[in-house]
Ligand binder design. Structure first.
Ligand code: SF4
Length: 254
C-alpha cells in the first residue's frame, strides 16, 4: 500500500464521513465487496480510517456470488483472513434468476444489482450490521445524474446517506468525493485480486453510461473540474430558480 495514496483517499473519505455524518460511534458497517477496484478501495480506506478514528466501529465485508463458476471468491477470502477482516459469502443464483426472468428492454446488470441489493439487505438486517457501505465514487454520482436528466427527464442521482426502501437498512457511500481514477490506483497499490463478473452479460452494464463517461472525459479537457462542479451543484440546488409545475401537471405536458 502506497502511503501517499492512503493519505489522499482517506482524507476524501474522512471528509465525506464528516460532511454527511456517515459513521457514528459503535456502528457496524458492512462493505459490499464485489471484488472490483471500487469496493476494495472502499473497504481498505474505511479500515485505514478505523485504525486512527476517535470513534469505534466494526467493519466487515460481504460478497454476493453472482452464480457463474469462474467467479472465485477464494482469493478474496484468503486476503481478508490475512488482514483479519470478517467476511461472509452469500451464494446466490442471480444469473439463473436473470436468465429466467429478464424482460425485454431491461438491462441485465441493473436487474442483477437489484437482486444483489435484496440479498445484501436481508443478510445485513439478520446479522446486526446497521449500515451497508457501497463503493460508488464521484464519477458514478455524476454519471447517474446526467443519465437521469438526459434519458429520463428527471433530476435524480445518488445519496451518500440513504435509508433504503425497506425502511430498515441505511446505505452509505463514503467514496462520494473520490474519483474513479483514484480507486484504480489505490486498488492496484493494495495488490488485491480484482475480479470481474465472469457472466455472459459482462460488458452490458450500459452503453448509455459509457457514452456519458466519454462525454464527461471530453468536457474535462476544457473544464478540468467538471465532475467536482457537477457533484457540488447537487448540494446547491436553488429551488426558487427551478421550474415549478402546477399540481398534478408535468411542466412539459403538451
Ligand atoms: S455482468 Fe452484469 S448481470 Fe452478470 S454478474 Fe456482472 S453485473 Fe450481474
Amino acid at each position: 500500500m502506497k502511503n501517499h495514496l492512503v493519505r489522499k483517499i482517506t482524507r476524501l473519505v474522512g471528509k465525506a464521513i464528516g460532511d454527511f455524518g456517515l459513521i457514528e460511534n459503535r456502528d457496524r458497517i458492512l462493505v459490499a465487496l464485489s471484488g472490483g477496484k471500487d469496493s476494495w478501495s472502499l473497504l481498505y480506506s474505511l479500515k485505514a480510517i478505523q485504525q486512527r478514528a476517535p470513534i469505534k466501529y466494526d467493519l466487515g465485508a460481504v460478497t454476493v456470488h453472482p452464480g457463474p463458476s469462474g467467479f472465485d471468491c477464494g482469493l478474496i477470502e484468503e486476503r481478508l483472513i490475512k488482514d483479519r477482516i470478517p467476511y461472509h459469502l452469500i451464494r446466490g443464483r442471480i444469473v439463473d434468476v436473470i436468465n429466467e426472468n429478464l424482460e425485454e428492454g431491461t438491462n441485465p446488470c441493473s436487474f442483477c444489482s437489484r437482486l444483489r441489493r435484496g440479498l445484501l439487505y436481508t443478510y445485513a438486517a439478520d446479522n446486526g450490521w446497521n449500515k451497508i457501505a457501497l463503493g460508488h465514487h464521484m464519477d458514478d454520482f455524476v454519471e447517474t445524474l446526467l443519465l437521469n436528466m438526459f434519458f429520463n427527464g428527471t433530476i435524480k442521482a445518488m445519496s451518500p446517506d440513504l435509508l433504503a426502501d425497506d425502511g430498515k437498512n441505511r446505505v452509505i457511500r463514503p467514496l462520494v468525493y473520490v474519483k474513479e481514477e483514484m480507486t484504480r490506483e489505490f486498488a492496484q497499490s493494495l495488490g488485491v485480486p480484482i475480479l470481474g463478473c465472469f457472466c455472459s452479460y459482462q460488458g452490458m452494464s450500459g452503453s448509455r453510461r459509457q457514452w456519458v463517461k466519454s462525454l464527461l472525459t471530453s468536457i474535462d479537457k476544457d473544464v478540468p473540474h467538471v465532475r467536482s462542479n457537477i457533484l457540488a451543484s447537487m448540494g446547491r440546488v436553488h429551488y426558487r430558480h427551478m421550474v415549478k409545475r402546477l399540481q398534478n401537471k408535468s411542466c412539459c405536458e403538451t
